[in-house]
Structure formats: C-alpha cells, structure tokens
Design a protein around this ligand. Sequence first.
Ligand code: ADP
Ligand code: MG
Length: 617
Amino acid sequence: MAKIGINIATGSLQKKEIIVGIDLGTTNSLVAIIHPDTKQPVALKEHNSSSLVPSIIYFDESNNTIVGEQAKQHLLTDAKRTIFSVKRLMGKSYKDVSGHSTSLAYKIIDDETESLLKVQVGNKFYSPIELSSFILKELKSRAEHILKTPVNKAVITVPAYFNDTQRQATRNAGKLAGLDVLRVVNEPTAASLAYGIGLHKDDHKTIAVFDLGGGTFDISILKIANGIFEVLSTNGDTYLGGDDIDEAIKKYWINTLGIDANAENEKQFVTELRLKAEDAKKYLSDHDSYESELDSHALTITREVLEDLLNPLILKTLASCTNALKDAGVEKNSIDEVLMVGGSTRVPAIKNAVSIFFGKAVNDSMNPDEVVALGAALQADILAGNNKEFLLLDITPLSLGIETMGGLMDVLIPRNSKIPNKISRQYTTQKDGQGSIKIAVYQGERDLVKDNRKLAEFSLKGIPGMPAGLPKVEVSFLINADGILVVAAKELRSGVEQSIEVRPQYGLSDEEVEGMLLASITHAKDDIATRALLEAKTEGEQLLETTEKFIQKNILFLEPREMVQTAEAIQALQLALTMNDKDLIHTKIEDLNNISRPYAERIMDQAVARAMQGKII
Ligand code: ADP
Ligand code: MG
C-alpha cells in the first residue's frame, strides 16, 4: 500500500480551512486554534471572558438547550433539568454507573439491560452522545462567532483510558454537532505536544502527565519516540478532583459555624456555601488567607487549614502515581518531565507534593486549564499537513466495521487510525439455539450499513445450541502494513472460527472517499436519529422477550393484579414499537420495567430463600 499523506487520504482538507482543537472536559470545555500570524496555539475567547465553557446543559420547559456559564446557574434552581458530568456517562451502560447515579440530581434510566444508558429530561430521553453534541455545538458556534468563518473540522481529546466504545461515542457526538472529527487524541498526548514534547521526530522521552480536574484524576505515563506516543500506563480515580476540595472546605465551615447541614431551612445556605468554598479554594492558590461572609456569618479559612484538609486527597493521587509507575515498569528517576494539567493543579500544595514525589520540579508554565486544548490544536495542525515532519503516515481513510442488529454499522477501526492495527470486540446471538452468525464487513462513515460500502460477508457456522445471549463471538479486525484487512470470528465457548481477507482500498478513488465523508456529515442528524430509533426498538423487543419468558416460567407466583398490569404494559410497548417515536418507546420500556421490577425481585428473593433452605436441610 502506498504511503498516504493525510491531507490526500481525508480528501477534503483544503489549505486554508481551519481545524480546531477541542478539549471536551468533564467540568469545562474549550476550543483552541493555531494563530494564523504567530503560528502559536491559542485558546479562543470572547472579549473579557474566559476561554472555559462549563460542560453543563440546561433544558428549559420546551427542551431548548442552554450550554455553559448560564446553564450552571440552573444547577441551583432547576437541578433535574441541568445536566453535568456527561463525559462520565459516555459509552457506559446503566450497570457501569449504577453505584454513582444517586449523586446526580438528574434522572438516569435503568432499563436493566446492557445497552447504553440514557438521561431523562421531562418526557425526552437523551443519550450521552446527544448531550455531548450540545456542548460541541455550542463550542462550534462560539468558535465561528469569534473567527467569523465556518468551523467544520476538529480534533477532540479524550482520557487515555477511554475504551473503543467511549472514543466512538465521542466521534459520533462530534458528527452530530456537524463536526468532521479528524482524530480523537489522548489528553496526555495533547498536553505533551503543548509543552513541545514530541513535536520533533527525534524527541525521545518518558513523561508523567498529572491531570487533576473538577471531578476526575488521571495520571498517565507516556513514552515518546520517533513521533509516536505510547501510553505505558494510566491510573487515577474518576471520582476525585476539585469538587472534593470544595466539599471539604464546605464541611469545615459547617463544623466551625455549628450548622445543622441537614435541616430543611439551611438547604439554600449550604448550597451557597459550596460556591463560596470554590471561591475560597481558588483564592488560596494565590493568597495566604480568605475572608468573606454569607448571611452575616463570617467565613474564613487559611492556606494552612486548607492544606490539612487536602492531605487525604493528595495521598490518594500519589498512591495512583506509584501504581502507574509500577504498571509502566518505570522508575521515578527515569521520568524526564512531569506535566501539570487540569485546573486543580493550581493548588500550590498539590504542585509541591507532586514535585517532591517525583524528585524534580514539575512543568507548570502553561495554563493548566488550556493546555490540553492547545495540544489538540497542534495535533490539528499536524493533520492539516502544516508540520512537515509528520506529513506522511499510513492511516485508514475510512472507518471499517460490521453490520449489527437493525442494519446498524458498528465501527471497529475508525478512520484515520494508524496502520498496522488490530482490534477485537465481542458479540452474541439474538435467538435461542442460533447455530450461525453472519459477519458482514463494511467501510464508511454512515450509521446504517446500507449507506456504506460492503467489502465482504461470511457466516460463522457450527455454533453449538445455546440460549440467546450466551455464545461469545469475538470478531477481530487486523489490518497489516500492506493495508490488507483480515476479519476473523471465533465463538469462544466452543472454539469454532472462520476468517476472511479483504483489501479495503481496492477500487476506491480519493473523490469517492471525499464524497463518502461529506455525505456522513450532511446526513449526521438523520443517521443518529435513525440509530437511536433502531436501538430503542431493539431494546423494546428484547425486553418483551425476556418479560414474556419470565412470566411463563413464574406464572404461579404472580398475583392477578400483576398479570393484568403487565399485560397492559406489554400491549402498550408493542403498540409503541409500531410507531417511529423513540421517546415513546423508552417511556413504555420504563413503564413495563416499573411494573415488573417489584415482582421480579420478590420472585428472585423467594428462589434464593428456597435454595438456602435446601442447603441447610
Ligand atoms: P476538567 O478537565 O475535569 O473539565 P478542569 O481542568 O477545567 O476540569 O478543572 C476544573 C477544576 O479546577 C474545578 O474544580 C475548579 O474549581 C478548579 N480550579 C480552577 N482554578 C483553580 C485555582 N486557581 N485553584 C484551585 N483550583 C482551581
Ligand atoms: Mg481536563
């Protein structure tokens, strides 16, 4: 396969077209570009305002959205309709977040399946992809307003530990916002580029990136050689960050003032106290003591007191650093640079502790809120072909994937991935006793396979009879240095396997690639709506099937009232499935779940009790 220059491979990169870098953060998001005159990365901001856009979405009564600082105000007044920390939900099923969902004021839907979760606002259901797209749309329109030019292409950053599903979800959010996402880049890689590490082919370094944001902490160990950034290890805590510091200060004040934080008449006071706590924390990053008041209560705190409160948090982060080094197989003294990223690394005690831990001064010369976005802008510049050292790379010009239920495209190797590459993912059967599974391989960016280019198809036969959902079929895509794709499928319980070879690039011109990319952007909205509807239908059908099976098996344990209610809810869901309204389907799924949950739990408990009795006798 020929070496493809990225600008040729993607087909549509024109010299003057701007590609923005986006840091889509849990707490704050922002956009950066390479300044056309200085050639340096800069974060975009309107006059006199911050470059940071809080990653918060408020839905008004008619479900119109407001994103950013204005939405943040509604956290206090209308918490159920104000969505924050969406990034934590990306690519997650309800089961993944169930332990933490009680800490959120908004409603996460528990449909008791493995499917991706949704957030309910009023009578509408939103996927984290849609929610993130609202933030990206806001960033896009701000950038267009500031730059006075259309913005259609972006590089978006994600945490190094994001898996394939989470990365794909991020790409889809971009697409839905009308952005062609040229690449999804690891946040620590972006930070490294911003510090100029890895910008030249002969840079060889091992670095640690310490990223403490609002609600998450990540430590990544990277090895940089020959223009390649390898993540040796990542560690951290997705529930540790600046929010915990605010909370600690708030508690300190509640204690010193002797307030009953649970009393109904103190609720408003405690909420406002929390905001004061964040002010105090930020102020103490540059001063020795803070003084203010709230409702004629004096609020004071010194840096010394804050440092005591911080100790447990600091110890946790350092324990993660130790683990990350261990996993990477790297000694502290082999770390060449320690980069400080994320707003919370402005706290002097944290900086000190990290530099003592690594035994060297940390790199903190860049704005820690902006550094990831600045690096994303540099990566965008490389992709635009402006950095000659990185012009030639072997990449996949279009995404490669397989057909899944309802004719949906499931991407295994996203476009612009480096070659060679290998990825595998597990699938299962839909029907009881299903003996074969069809693997149809497609290329393209559209959500429905019918709009993409079919490359090959084969069947994995001889799967032994098992109930639906039990077989584990691993599909792997291996694309070698010559651009040949080997698709293999293996049922892991029985070991049956089958594979096929294809040449994805065969007979595909640059113009066709470009046409396919453009179509995916112009159809993004419809595509994602169709996908959401198909997913809702699949979920509804699966729920009907499992409910009916459950009832057949346990009919003797159900009360007549429960039978009637269930039958009605089943009928309502069946009717909803015939209509093309995903929100209606989700509502009916919810209703059926709410009716069946109590007796399902009761019957399970009884079964457990019977089994226990059996053991004792
Ligand atoms: P994320 O990457 O999770 O979106 P950020 O990197 O934007 O988050 O960090 C946000 C956090 O940084 C918030 O908790 C905020 O209070 C904190 N922060 C911002 N400025 C300061 C400061 N001067 N001192 C201490 N913490 C700060
Ligand atoms: Mg961040």
